[in-house]
Design a protein around this ligand. Sequence first.
Ligand code: HEM
Ligand code: NAG
Ligand code: NAG
Ligand code: NAG
Ligand code: NAG
Length: 319
Amino acid sequence: MAWESSSVRTAFLLLLSFLLGTASAQLSSTFYSTSCPSALSTIKSGVSSAVKSEARMGASLLRLHFHDCFVNGCDASVLLDDTANFTGEKNATPNANSLRGFDVIDTIKSQLESACPGVVSCADLLTVAARDSVVALGGPSWTVPLGRRDSTTANQSAANRNIPAPTLNLSGLITAFSNKGFTTKEMVALSGSHTIGQARCTSFRARLYNENNINTTFATSLKANCPSAGGDNNLSPLDTTSPTSFDNAYFKNLQIQEGLLHSDQQLFSGGSTDAQVNAYSSNSATFMTDFANAMVKMGNLSPLTGSSGQIRKNCRKVN
Ligand code: HEM
Ligand SMILES: *[C@@H]1O[C@H](CO)[C@@H](O)[C@H](O)[C@H]1NC(C)=O
Ligand SMILES: *[C@@H]1O[C@H](CO)[C@@H](O)[C@H](O)[C@H]1NC(C)=O
Ligand SMILES: *[C@@H]1O[C@H](CO)[C@@H](O)[C@H](O)[C@H]1NC(C)=O
Ligand SMILES: *[C@@H]1O[C@H](CO)[C@@H](O)[C@H](O)[C@H]1NC(C)=O
């Protein structure tokens, strides 16, 4: 019988594993090329007009993607609003009164829904918007694998547990990223995101007033806008030198003890990552390449694919 010929059996098993493989964790950069050919250009122009009207928005969108991916994977769980009977992630400690950019995502999503109803996921939208934000602020570009689907759940306690806190020391930072499969070198590269954007006084006050490994001139100028009590929401740039430019200035700042967050300065405080900070400080191209590769890896954290999850119509709520 033909079935007993080993070549037929092998072909069948190959076909089966191909079908199962494509139905599970397979992302592809051409995922929308026939189902929504305008998807990528729609996202790019939405991001670039948002960044044009407020440069910081590029930083905010990049951070949204990070806070999505570190909590049950890149599934747009971070975008779900709390309701009377649903607790999302927006009020988790690292997110509350801090995450922003939700309106920009809503605007782009509604454009995508007009062009291709029910096709482009909020999780892919966030992933592409993060890439386009970095590009809009002068950073590297990379190809984004696509085909993520959206969660129907969120997990506030996982957000509290998995998103690294600015109070962490170097070993805590290494562990937080290693829990998500990242090397120490990738953690340092990804931290270079803090070359753009702003932090609230409450996120760095303790460093200003209690730590010794902070540049005195730098600390003095920050104290004017971040008093020892009050002013919790006053903002300062994470990279004072060039806060809206995606460059390697973050690493140069660390070398002169001008990291804004405790966690930032931990990367250059006599420990195992000093050499990597020096390398990125002296070679911007290496930083850009390593950052881009680490971003692709972050975007691939536990995506929902195949028939898991759904394509939300409104990123803020389950269909
Ligand atoms: C290494 C561990 C990290 C810690 C402890 C950390 C912590 C923080 C904190 C505390 C803020 C300021 C929030 C506020 O005060 O409202 C912040 C801002 C920011 N973070 Fe991180 N972060 C880390 C890694 C990352 C990564 C991996 C990315 C992106 C890939 C990222 C992107 C950003 C951006 C762009 C901002 C500025 C956002 C804005 O201006 O709206 N961070 N981060
Ligand atoms: C949540 O509450 C709203 C309003 O009471 C109701 O319409 C909805 O079905 C509830 N959702 C769930 C998942 O229980
Ligand atoms: C939420 O995350 C916590 C902490 O990571 C975990 O223990 C819990 O099982 C998760 N809950 C759900 C419903 O997935
Ligand atoms: C880092 O922080 C952890 C948790 O707070 C602590 O147990 C550990 O001793 C610290 N490590 C160093 C080297 O300070
Ligand atoms: C503090 O910053 C200045 C430049 O702003 C730099 O010349 C000096 O070396 C820094 N101090 C330390 C301890 O890094």
